[in-house]
Design a protein around this ligand. Structure first.
Ligand code: ATP
Length: 364
């Protein structure tokens, strides 16, 4: 199996003066990892995946698989010589071929003997839980089963690396959730390096060993799901990874910030000074509510979500907060509650450069 080393990769579609689809991307994808490229629509995920696959030539930078240089501005190893499989959003299985024929195709074009082909297809169908479906046609399968045929077709040729571009986005919510577990298990069982593209942060959190958060073609953070969620590198990542309250605040001491009526004691980025303007990121689940004994807030909206309750609160200075707590708590609209924030779970960022023309730590 093989890892992928991407160094200073850039790609423009139009003139070089336009914003790059991928800008100076450096990423070290280790062997046998499930790595997700995550970011909003248009951030450059698919372009990165297509560069890795060999369908696009970079303007600058290199891609290596193991020790082998596969992409550079003057050299692109063609997709079929890269030992990679690809699975797309629309699964693209052939409607007039049976499951067996769909999966066997890649082996037939490689000239594999019939018996060996049968054996290999049987093994892969077992891997994706489709044993017994060999003679069905795609229109006799559910969406999830068709997606597993597409997976089997990519896996049967034993790629070292599997590239997946939003492969679950056409499935309904329940099936998506189940397929996440199946994909994760499949990656573990095969040891193949998976590079997965999605704009769905919950999918990325559930599946990945490492997540690369991309925004406007640039890598914002590369870390474990826990790192990018709990310790986002900057405001963009904090905002993208799930719900967050981003409040303007000020550093009031070496270890505390004030944001409206809230004062939070926590460890701050080293280069912040007393008086600096900051953004304070507070996750909805880092706030607890009680009848008394905290900062007073008025309940403006309340919503019961089954496993938890969500509140929209207004603080005395007009600051609005979203809060998620145990569904067992019940605070009706119009009542005053007392809130406490678990400051250890919060993050503080220097104001972004464009907001006050002051360099933030992540820009240095
Ligand atoms: P999505 O989640 O919507 O698929 P993405 O993150 O995969 O988005 P890309 O498809 O990589 O984004 O596109 C990155 C940028 O490059 C976008 O601004 C897009 O409009 C532009 N782009 C993509 N393909 C082309 C193309 N063939 N010609 C010109 N511009 C393109």
């Amino acid at each position: 199996m093989a890892g992928i080393r991407i160094d200073n990769l850039s790609k423009h579609y139009g003139a070089q003066t336009e914003m790059a689809a991928v800008a100076d991307l450096t990423l070290d994808i280790k062997d046998n990892q499930f790595v997700t490229l995550l970011g909003p629509s248009g951030c450059g995920k698919t372009t990165t995946l297509r560069l890795i696959a060999g369908y696009l030539t970079p303007d600058a930078g290199t891609i290596r698989v193991g020790d082998r240089l596969v992409s550079a501005p003057d050299k692109v190893v063609p997709p079929e010589e890269r030992g990679m499989g690809m699975v797309f959003q629309n699964y693209a299985v052939w409607p007039h071929k049976t499951v067996f024929e769909n999966v066997a195709f890649g082996l037939r074009v490689r000239g594999m003997a019939k018996d060996d082909t049968r054996e290999r297809v049987a093994k892969v169908l077992e891997l994706v839980n489709l044993t017994g479906f060999e003679s069905r046609y795609p229109n006799e399968l559910s969406g999830g089963q068709q997606q597993r045929v597409a997976l089997a077709r990519s896996l049967v040729v034993e790629p070292e690396i599997l590239l997946l571009d939003e492969p679950l986005s056409n499935l309904d919510a329940k099936l998506r959730e189940r397929m996440r577990w199946e994909l994760k298990a499949l990656q573990r069982r095969t040891g193949i390096t998976f590079v997965y593209v999605t704009h769905d942060q919950s999918e990325a959190l559930a599946l990945s060993d490492q997540i690369a958060v991309i925004h406007r073609g640039r890598l914002q953070q590369f870390g474990t799901p826990r790192e990018v969620y709990a310790r986002p590198a900057n405001r963009v990542v904090a905002d993208f990874m799930g719900l967050v309250n981003l409040l303007p605040g000020t550093v009031v001491a070496a270890d505390s910030v004030a944001a409206g009526p809230l004062t939070l004691r926590l460890s701050l980025p080293r280069d912040l000074r007393v008086g600096d303007s900051v953004d304070v990121a507070i996750r909805p689940e880092s706030i607890t509510l009680a009848a008394a004994g905290g900062v007073p807030a008025r309940v403006e909206e309340q919503s019961y979500l089954g496993n938890l309750s969500e509140y929209h609160l207004a603080l005395a200075d007009g600051t609005r907060l979203r809060v998620q707590t145990s569904a067992a708590d019940e605070f009706p609209i119009g009542t005053t509650v007392a809130l406490s924030v678990d400051a250890a779970q919060c993050n503080v960022f220097a104001h972004a450069v464009e907001q006050d023309a002051k360099p933030s730590p992540q820009d240095r």
